[in-house]
Design a protein. Structure first.
Length: 197
């Protein structure tokens, strides 16, 4: 199980993330027709093709990184409780990325619950695996949870990444690899950490 090294720095975080994609990106993704790596690369590729800002592209690229860094391991269709991969991922990212990117990771599960509560048609878009995980994650939000979630200043970015999460499940879709996005990721790290390019 990959654990985030304690000595990660702005100089090593991008290489660490690249190594996760290269070593573990081929692992099964929640019963979907794509691997974990393909799923995240598809979301980032779709965002890039649609001219989305770096925050959304990088947010989509890294939103599920917690599946690889979590001590709870990877979700499976046999799970009977949530593994909170979103929190594990955000914990790794928060010291190197702006809050908007971290929030896209930390709250992409909440965004699914939010959209199921506020846009009934959204539920119809969910795959069988996504419905299964929704049930483990608490189901659609209550009215009180919706009101609280809408206070997040990064709500629009989080929702955008959530839609990319659902879109990135296309069997056979060709995408660039992580290295294609690495310079963009590094620029975001450098800007957040106050380093000049």
């Amino acid at each position: 199980m990959t654990q985030a090294p304690k000595d990660l720095t702005p100089d090593t975080i991008v290489e660490f993330l690249a190594s996760i994609f290269e070593r573990r990106g081929g692992e099964e993704y929640l019963g979907e027709p794509v691997t974990m790596g393909e799923h995240m690369l598809q979301g980032a590729t779709i965002a890039e093709q649609n001219g989305q800002p770096d925050e959304i592209i990088v947010g989509a690229l890294l939103h599920d990184i917690g599946h690889f860094t979590s001590e709870f391991g990877t979700f499976s269709m046999d799970d009977t409780e949530d593994r909170h991969h979103e929190d594990a991922g955000a914990e790794v990212l928060e010291q190197f990325f702006p809050t908007v990117v971290t929030d896209c990771c930390k709250y992409h599960v909440a965004a699914k619950r939010y959209l199921c509560a506020t846009k009934p048609s959204y539920f119809e878009r969910l795959s069988e695996a996504s419905v299964h995980s929704l049930n483990l994650q608490g189901g659609p939000m209550s009215a009180e949870e919706v009101a609280e979630f809408e206070q997040n200043p990064n709500l629009k970015h989080i929702i955008a990444v959530r839609y990319l999460d659902e879109a990135g499940k296309i069997a056979g879709m060709e995408t660039p690899d992580f290295r294609h996005f690495a310079p963009r990721v590094q620029r975001m790290v450098d800007a957040h950490c106050g380093r000049s390019a």
